[in-house]
Design a binder for this molecule. Structure first.
Ligand code: ADP
Length: 389
């Protein structure tokens, strides 16, 4: 019987997980599932690869800890794939010290807990999952894979803010996030293209872009926190810090109120006054929905222009994430008018929905436009399995 490997990818109100078997050193996915407090707070869904979806019972509706418990209980009972020898965790923040996946010992976990103020909406949930998985599988190797790690190659100018240097030393830097996704997507590119000048747009509920040269991250739109850069489902993206001073001074808002505004009430949802769901916004006749989409697209195009300048040209633009993979009208609007760069979208190929990786540019386009489905859990599984070797 083979060994099994579980991956946990916890957000602030959601959990994605997969169960893999280890044949040699290649993880093979057997099950995948998710919990989403926003969409369905009372259930964890799970399905075998190519199988029917079913639900796992949860002790407490809406509680992420109950979702973890449901997954771990199911996994303990699911013996046909062998013992769970490792659990791979997505950990949002690795700080300055962690630029590669690592076995989560007591010391490392304590160290990562100190980074909670840097990612208050994610890091505590990631570490709560680690604690529950250690209790459920005390003999399994627990591995942490960091969202920030992929960006530790940023040059200084893309790693710093124009603050007194002591803040840089303290760790106030542009860390960048979505690293596991960028790692997976860049790894899926044709090797020649990967070595070139590439921009990947990870457009989901959380959204960011990454500029890559020679396969390494040289810039990201996200910075110190996962708030910066593009507007997102409910996050504001880039904002003038003067606005925050104004909110404090004129509206007497404290840090918690500002955090709630910027993380949960802004972005596509805040602008439209409707929803953070891009499908619903694209279908809406409401002028505010159009404004939100226009702003989203404008910021992507602006960042694309800036990143192209930093890279000294562009060989490929890659779309991924729920919006990047599925929303053809958004890809069209982003690419529209970039002909001056030699970018030419194949409108037919772009409009056709497919679930696999594909090229949606014309044969004569100087810039390849690609859609590559991301798979952060697969990346976690690969790293975890490599560390087990
Ligand atoms: P998360 O950051 O939570 O992982 P996802 O990558 O799953 O988010 O992306 C969620 C977003 O993708 C939502 O805005 C959703 O509306 C959008 N999306 C999913 N499918 C489509 C579609 N067919 N057309 C437009 N938008 C879509």
């Amino acid at each position: 019987m083979s060994d099994a490997l579980l991956t946990l990818n916890a957000g602030s109100s959601s959990l994605k997980f997969s169960l893999f078997t280890l044949e040699g050193d290649t993880p093979a996915r057997q099950f995948l599932g998710a919990f989403d407090r926003g969409a369905a707070p009372d259930r964890v869904t799970i399905r075998a690869v190519d199988g029917e979806e079913r639900q796992l019972p949860m002790a407490e509706t809406g509680a992420l800890s109950s979702a973890f418990a449901a997954v771990l209980d199911w996994c303990e009972g699911e013996q046909r794939f062998g013992d769970v020898v490792a659990v791979g965790h997505r950990i949002v923040h690795g700080g300055l010290d962690h630029s590669a996946p690592i076995v989560l010992t007591e010391t490392v976990i304590d160290d990562l807990a100190k980074l909670e103020p840097l990612a208050p909406l994610h890091q505590p949930h990631n570490l709560a999952g680690v604690a529950q998985a250690r209790a459920a599988f005390p003999r399994a190797t627990q591995v942490g894979c960091f969202d920030t790690a992929f960006h530790r190659t940023h040059p200084f100018v893309n790693d710093t803010f124009a603050l007194p240097h002591r803040f840089y030393e303290e760790g106030v830097r542009r860390y960048g996030f979505h690293g596991l996704s960028y790692d997976y997507v860049s790894g899926a590119l044709d090797p020649d293209l990967r070595e070139g000048r590439v921009v990947i747009a990870h457009l989901g509920n959380g959204a960011s872009m990454c500029a890559l040269k020679g396969g390494q991250s040289v810039g990201s739109t996200m910075g110190f926190s996962a708030l910066d850069g593009l507007p997102m489902g409910t996050r504001c993206g880039q904002i003038d810090p003067g606005v925050l001073l104004y909110l404090m001074q004129t509206h007497s808002m404290d840090a918690e109120q500002i955090a709630t505004l910027l993380y949960k009430e802004s972005g596509l949802k805040g602008m439209s006054g409707l929803t953070n769901d891009m499908r619903a916004l694209l279908a809406s006749e409401d002028p505010r929905a159009k404004e939100a989409i226009d702003y989203f697209v404008f910021r992507i195009r602006r960042e694309l222009g800036g990143m192209t300048a930093v890279l000294g040209g562009l060989d490929a633009l890659v779309f991924t994430g729920g919006i990047g993979e599925n929303a053809a009208p958004i890809r069209f609007k982003v690419c529209e008018g970039f002909e001056w760069l030699g970018l030419s979208l194949d409108e037919g190929a772009n409009a056709e929905w497919r679930s696999d990786a594909r090229d949606v540019s014309t044969a004569s386009s100087d810039v390849r436009v690609l859609v590559v489905p991301t798979d952060e859990e697969m990346m976690i599984a690969r790293y975890t399995s490599a560390l087990l070797q």
